[in-house]
Design a protein around this ligand. Structure first.
Ligand code: PBG
Ligand code: ZN
Length: 323
């Protein structure tokens, strides 16, 4: 008897056959786990809108990172959640700041884990915007100086990769120049090159306390209606010296992941953001979807679209669930 779809059907008859011919695989070596750091000691604060995720004080953060590393996950992406904010985001580039202390502690205790730091000003600015604000307007160039200073302070603390997420024009070039001048020529830049003004960042803003006090981020983040612009921004980031590009969010923007993959030779990361995580957790908690299968499928889809690196809140847990 001949099957009409002979080859594919034969190759589906066992799990090992399916694995043998799978076009896309998930490995922990391409996973990155985001981590939120707060002040204090012995602190682990669960995040309401992100069940299963917490904010950790530096000491607990190190323990958490150890477990991330033990699971085989390649790296962590560090976010600071400061209790002090001001008009110049001074906490962002404070040499003894939260992120700087966390990075140094992780590099000392978990040296094989890659440490990536989010470089932005929003969590440290009293107004909550990603750049310097003057008379209600974002000052692009004044923001660049503070972002570069922040990136250098992270590199000095030992970060392997700095990841600017602010979306100011020219930040990758400014950060690269400042790193090189500070003799941090080996510190890589992962640019949030393609970041959309997305409602899927909602839970993160609760977690990081970084919601803007007035207005929104549409002045500097991308319009979800636009795709060609993504290729343009990816090209600009590459020309300015980015080592790795990122698309964010991931699931609603798989076409963008695909386009950027096709138009650039740089390694590409995709960030499955807080709202994507929260959606899956919320539906699973109600028994509406199978949690483990849905997570796997979502991660496979992002890889299949063309991402080399997966930044996901599921990293630690799913690293040990891979086959
Ligand atoms: C800061 C930043 C944000 C995220 C990463 N870096 C929030 C924002 O731009 O409003 C979102 C990550 C997530 O939702 O998981 N600029
Ligand atoms: Zn920001």
């Amino acid at each position: 008897m001949r099957y009409p779809t002979t080859r594919t059907r034969r190759l589906r008859t066992s799990a090992s056959l399916r694995r043998l011919v799978a076009e896309t695989r998930l490995t922990a070596a391409e996973f990155v786990q985001p981590v939120f750091v707060v002040g204090g000691e012995g602190v682990e604060q669960p995040i309401d809108a992100m069940p299963g995720q917490s904010r950790y004080s530096v000491d607990r953060c190190v323990e958490f990172c150890k477990s991330v590393s033990d699971a085989g996950v390649a790296g962590v992406l560090i976010f600071g959640v400061p209790d002090r904010k001001d008009e110049s985001a001074s906490g962002a580039y404070d040499e003894g700041g939260l992120v700087q202390r966390a990075v140094a502690a992780i590099k000392e205790r978990v040296p094989n884990l890659l440490v990536i730091t989010d470089v932005c000003l929003c969590a440290y600015m009293s107004h909550g915007h990603c750049g310097v604000v003057h008379d209600g307007r974002i000052e692009n160039d004044a923001s660049l100086a503070l972002l570069a200073r922040t990136a250098v302070s992270h590199a000095r603390a030992g970060a392997d990769i700095v990841a600017p997420s602010d979306m100011m024009d020219g930040r990758v070039g400014a950060i690269r120049a400042a790193l090189d001048e500070g003799e941090f020529v080996e510190t890589a830049i992962m640019s949030y090159a393609v970041k959309y003004a997305s409602s899927f960042f909602g839970p993160f803003r609760e977690a990081a306390g970084s919601a803007p006090e007035f207005g929104d981020r549409r002045g500097y983040q991308m319009d979800p209606a636009n795709a060609r612009e993504a290729e343009k921004l990816a090209k600009m980031a590459a020309e300015e010296g980015a080592d790795i590009l990122m698309v964010k969010p991931a699931m609603p923007y798989l076409d963008i992941v695909h386009r950027v993959r096709a138009s650039s030779a740089l390694p590409l990361a995709a960030y499955q953001v807080s709202g994507e995580y929260a959606m899956i957790e919320a539906a699973a908690a109600r028994g509406w979807i199978d949690r483990v299968k849905a997570v796997r499928e979502s991660l496979l889809a992002i890889r299949r679209a063309g991402a080399d690196i997966l930044i996901t809140y599921f990293a630690r847990e799913f690293a040990s669930r891979l086959d």
